[in-house]
Design a binder for this molecule. Sequence first.
Ligand SMILES: *Cc1c(COP(=O)(O)O)cnc(C)c1O
Length: 350
Amino acid sequence: MSRFFSHKYDLLTPYTPGEQPGQRQYVKLNTNESPFPPSEKARRYAAEHTRSLELFSAPEAVDLTAAVAKLCGLSPREVLLTNGSDEILNFAFMAFCDGEHPAYFPDITYGFYPVFARLNGVPYYEIPLREDFSLCPEDYRGLKGAIFIANPNAPTGRALLRDAVEGIVSANPESVVVVDEAYVDFGGESCLPLIPKYHNLLVVQTFSKSRSMAGARLGFGAGCESLIRDLNTIKYSTNPYNVNSMTQAMGLGTLLDGEYTQKCCEAVMENRAYLTAELTARGFDVIPSKANFVFARTDKMPGEDVYVKLKEKGVLVRHFNVDRIRDYNRITVGSREQIGALLAALDVIL
Ligand SMILES: *Cc1c(COP(=O)(O)O)cnc(C)c1O
């Protein structure tokens, strides 16, 4: 740290992304990327748009915003595109939280929430999940601030039904409830249909996981017009060109190829069932997952050892050195081939 670094960041510990290995070819099951490439149409659209990169990207992204709005059954004024969904999550902390409006989220959830809270000087409360990592909706009542719920949750993979989330939204009229649906396309229930009914609901989705676009950085928030207007105020105060033109074009290509996305999601769900069964057969406890990863532990070996030994064998999974979940590893549902390599490595290690 230089002597110039502001003291307002004294308590900031940055988010630690999963490893992105350089030379060695790993079987990469640590960051929940899609095992499938972006759709052909998406790649063609992106390539065509390199022609006009001398121009700034369209700040309003009219075409893609309209396409996303249509997908959500909303008007374009109820949607805002961002540079990955991490950006809109940060915007939400900036827009809806302050000293009097703390952030609330589960103790075990997406690691970026506490980072964004600290970055923005926002007090936050971590509400413990139950012993089995399920969320108890009754713990979220009459809060005043902003509530962040990843549904399905990461890194557990557990999902709440839409009715349960609606209960939280309606029980907290003084809070914006941000529902982070990064993994919803793998069998979860989206809260998008609730948006016309609630002015305190922001649904966040991403193109990174189910749409195979993690490297292109595209996410969005959907909510009532006034929430989206607030978030636009933040966007136009930070980076109006937040989504580059190649990514805008690529997003459009992906949405025009919905059938491909659906096929990829179905393959991931099939592979998830297979991976869960194979891990269970090897003595793992696997938490029922609605995401493109599973969260698993075994009595045979501490979680960190499983992680280290798999890495030695060329298989990367994600281990969190965090109290309640130290026994577990989060394993991305890969292709059949990747799962085969993981299981073969486990059979040697155990
Ligand atoms: C991956 C992920 C995101 C963000 O992904 P982006 O690539 O920034 O869109 C957000 N929330 C959760 C829970 C995630 O796992």
